[in-house]
Design a protein around this ligand. Sequence first.
Ligand SMILES: [Zn+2]
Length: 241
Amino acid sequence: MQSDDTLRDIIAGRRRFLRLLALMGLGIGAAGVVSPAAEAATRIKKKVEKARVVKFRRASRPTRAPQAQTHLIDRYDTPSYAEDQFEFVSPSEKTLSLIAPTTGEKALGIPFWSEGKYQPDAIREVAHIMRDWRTGDTCPVDTALLDLLYDLQRRLGTTEPFQVVSGYRSPETNAALARQSRRVARQSLHMEGRAMDIRMARRGAGEIQRVALSLGRGGVGYYPRMGFVHVDTGPVRQWRG
Ligand SMILES: [Zn+2]
């Protein structure tokens, strides 16, 4: 029995000694000396990280053949891609480029919407270009008309300015035009800054009309003989002049 007790004491003593050694090892590790166990752990960690990087590289390796990629890039240049892109890109700034052919004045890249709101100074500049050149009168511009023109220009896939054939019309000018032509409405949206007759140097009126109709907003009047398109922010409708 005595020998058993002695043996138990020796084992317990060894265990205590080993525990002490382990604690000392931890202490040394903490003091900056890397223990073999800690070294092994670091090696394993590095291996795992390396494996992860390799796995990531494999996963991110392109799977498309070079020909397929070239085809993809070509597709980006086609108008259909421009139209697709139009649906998803939310711009941080909306600009408009207008030319008044009667006066030769230009307003290019006017940022009428930026920093999340309409910009009154820029809109005043647009109103000036849109003014009734017969009387010099201006009128507040419907911001929905600016948005419509902006979207129309983007869908046309161009930054070419719109030529303002007719923008704002004062009541006198509209009455005079209505006397000359029965095509001119007596209560025209041109009198409210909600309509514009436009043309472009490089785009036919037919194309502008087609794209304007695709927006599904407001009125679209097509005047092929005069070579312009009327757009407004009234109810959705279309006619041919
Ligand atoms: Zn018009």
